[in-house]
Design a protein. Structure first.
Length: 156
């Protein structure tokens, strides 16, 4: 149902025809990069956190990791990811398909600076075998994001 919600949300927008359905899984950064024939860092990984029971998504470049010190400086709390089995309840998308489109009401979305190095990125589209080819400007326009943040470091 999540994929259909994303399709409905993007229907009639410039992203409607940018939804990609993969023949194979795109549930992880590595699988998505392979399925989309792109570099892993262009995969817009959407991470799910709880801040005092409020669900928050942070969209980061595929090879980035959360820097706990930077996260705490921005959100004034230690990073606490949503438990795997609770992600769909809080966000509206299951792990492997979590994306910043068509999320549950009340979910705050942040975009990480790590994405700005690319013109085109690929967030998921609500399922473990889909993605959306989007520019950074389109990502800003269609996600109802709250703000840009700098909470990442490059994976080692």
């Amino acid at each position: 149902m999540s994929f259909e919600n994303v399709q409905a949300k993007l229907k009639g927008t410039e992203l409607e025809n940018q939804i990609i359905i993969c023949k194979e899984s795109s549930a992880t950064v590595e699988l998505a990069a392979k399925a989309l024939n792109t570099e892993a860092d262009r995969i817009a990984k959407t991470l799910s956190f709880l801040i005092e029971e409020k669900p928050v998504l942070i969209v980061v470049s595929g090879c980035s990791k959360i820097d706990n010190k930077k996260y705490k400086e921005i959100f004034h709390i230690k990073a606490k990811m949503i438990a795997f089995e609770e992600v769909e309840k809080y966000i509206g998308h299951a792990p492997g398909g979590v994306c910043p489109f068509a999320v549950n009401e009340g979910v705050e979305i942040y975009l990480d600076e790590s994405l700005k190095q690319y013109d085109i990125v690929y967030p998921a589209a609500g399922s473990s075998n889909s993605a959306v080819r989007t520019t950074i400007a389109q990502l800003e326009k269609f996600t109802n994001y709250k703000q840009w943040v700098n909470v990442c470091k490059k994976a080692e």
